[in-house]
Structures are given as structure tokens and as C-alpha cells.
Write a protein that binds this ligand. Structure first.
Ligand code: CAA
Length: 259
């Protein structure tokens, strides 16, 4: 797989997707979104990919949507565009396998919003998060006003959205924006360690668990509980459920086959 704006590396079931526009701090233009959508569809369908890590590398995650590309757009241009960011982010969010964002440096605007479509966010201690769109006279338009309040609550989300201020990794951890903060030189080691754990789990149980959480968040509690029960019941049709429970009873590690 060769792309212009992202790098892809797959090893031992872990796909690493690295944004690669260093001259503009990985700013996200339409080309990035189109390539992200393509790679997300490919990973979703590839059984050799068990977990995906999204990163911008060691220096910066992404400094937001490409302001150069947006500056001269009209309301009609924006309203009638194919919304490539929306498509790419939906495909990543709904990927039927775990997605980990490994974040170093700036994760701003659309970059911060990209991290929100991952299942888990690990931050380097040098990471900085923010939704500075308000300072450009716009609002976070790639899911920030919707996904961030669902993750950290509306009060904290509004503070970030209204001020455009940046917060550091420790503050992001305190408010629940990231799962974990690690020393910068440990970021990829930690992300891979976490990914390896998920590679060892049953792929079908993982995808159903992810679906139960994601779909459940779009439903009221009663509907969500019913959906969870359907997912739970279906897993009893898998070989992995038999293997997992048998392995427990036989006091040995389970050997899941993802079926
Ligand atoms: N779009 C386009 N280019 C960008 C960019 C962006 N979002 N962010 C940085 N760049 C470019 C700069 O223009 C600069 O290019 P040149 O060398 O050609 O001048 C290069 O990247 C390096 O940036 P700086 O010189 O500004 O680096 P710095 O270390 O002084 O500052 C920064 C870093 C604080 C991140 C600053 O670059 C900045 O504020 N960037 C913009 C952040 C932002 O407003 N993001 C939101 C974008 S809007 C959005 O994302 C909408 C949405 O919801 C989808």
C-alpha cells in the first residue's frame, strides 16, 4: 500500500498508520482524508490486521485541518463538499477492530478530532490538545462538538471549544480525554504493548464488544442493554467462546482463532 500523505506498516497483526506531512505539522487536507478512508476500508477487510495504531510520529500528531485549503472556501463549497473528513472518521470509528491513537506533540482541531475516533488514546508527556477553531472564526467541524462532549462531558468540552486554549497531556488525562500518559520515548513501545494484548484476544469478541459500546452510545439505555444482549448471545455461537471457557476450566491460556 503506497500513499502520498500517510505511511503504512503491518507487522504481527498490528497496522501502524503514520500521518506524513511534516512540513505542515501533518495538517489534514482532502488528500489525507481520502487516503485515510481508503486505508481504513482496507484494514477493516484484512483479517491479518488485528489492531490499528494511528500516529503522527514522534514530533506532532496533527495540527488540524489544512487552513491553507480552507481559507478561501465559501459556505456553498463547504456545504456541498463530499465531507471527506466525515467519511474517513466514520470508517475509522466503525473499524471492526481496536484502534489506538498514539499522540506526541500537537493534536489540534481536526487532529484532536481524529484522535477522538480512535477507541483508546495514549499520549506522550509532550502532547498538547486543543480545539482552536474558534480563533479562526469557525467551530470544530470534524466531530469535535459531538464526540468530545460524549467523551469528557459537555462542560469541559465547551470550555475547550469556547476558549480554543491548548491543554497538556496531564490535564488531558485528568479530564478523561486520554487513557494514559507516558514518557515521549516510551510512546510507541506502550502503544504496541497495548496492541499486542488485543491481538491475543478473540477477534470476534473484540469486534462485538466495540460494536456494543459504540452502538449503545447512540441508543437509550434500554435499547442499548437489548443490543448488548444480542451481541452477548451471538458470541455463544463462536468457537472462541468454547475455547475461552474450556481453557479457563483446564487452567491453560486460550488459543483464539477469531471464529
Ligand atoms: N494548516 C495548514 N498549515 C499548518 C497548520 C494547519 N492547521 N498548522 C501548521 N501549519 C504550517 C504552518 O503554516 C507552517 O508552515 P510554513 O513553515 O510554510 O510557514 C508550518 O506548519 C509550521 O507551523 P508554525 O511555524 O506555525 O509552527 P509553530 O511551532 O510556531 O506553531 C502551532 C505550531 C501552534 C501548531 C501553529 O502552527 C498553529 O497554531 N497551527 C494551527 C492550529 C489550528 O488552528 N488548527 C485548527 C485548524 S481548523 C480545523 O481543524 C477545522 C476542523 O475542525 C476540521
Amino acid at each position: 500500500m503506497t500513499y502520498e500523505t500517510i505511511l503504512v506498516d503491518i507487522e504481527d497483526g498490528i497496522a501502524i498508520l503514520t500521518l506524513n506531512r511534516p512540513a505542515v505539522l501533518n495538517a489534514l487536507n482532502d488528500q489525507v482524508f481520502i487516503e485515510l478512508a481508503d486505508v481504513a476500508s482496507t484494514f477493516a477487510a484484512d483479517p491479518s490486521v488485528r489492531v490499528v495504531i494511528i500516529t503522527g510520529g514522534e514530533k506532532v500528531f496533527a495540527a488540524g485541518a489544512d487552513i491553507g485549503q480552507m481559507a478561501s472556501a465559501s459556505a456553498v463549497d463547504v456545504a456541498t463538499s463530499d465531507k471527506p473528513s466525515h467519511q474517513a472518521f466514520q470508517l475509522i470509528e466503525n473499524m471492526p477492530k481496536p484502534v489506538i491513537a498514539a499522540i506526541a506533540g500537537y493534536a489540534l482541531g481536526g487532529g484532536c478530532e481524529l484522535s477522538l475516533v480512535a477507541d483508546i488514546r495514549i499520549a506522550a508527556d509532550n502532547a498538547q490538545f486543543g480545539l482552536p477553531e474558534i480563533k479562526l472564526g469557525i467551530l470544530p467541524g470534524a466531530g469535535g462538538t459531538q464526540r468530545l462532549p460524549r467523551l469528557i462531558g459537555s462542560g469541559r468540552a465547551k470550555e475547550l471549544i469556547f476558549s480554543g486554549d491548548f491543554i497538556n497531556a496531564e490535564e488531558a488525562l485528568r479530564i478523561g480525554l486520554v487513557n494514559k500518559v507516558v514518557p515521549a520515548d516510551q510512546l510507541f513501545i506502550e502503544a504496541k504493548k497495548m496492541a499486542k494484548k488485543y491481538v491475543d484476544r478473540g477477534a470476534v469478541a473484540l469486534l462485538m464488544a466495540k460494536s456494543a459500546v459504540n452502538e449503545g452510545l447512540r441508543m437509550d439505555l434500554e435499547a442499548g442493554l437489548q443490543y448488548e444482549h444480542k451481541c452477548f448471545s451471538l458470541l455463544f455461537a463462536t468457537e472462541d467462546q468454547k475455547e475461552g471457557m474450556m481453557a479457563f476450566l483446564e487452567k491453560r491460556p486460550a488459543n483464539f482463532q477469531g471464529r
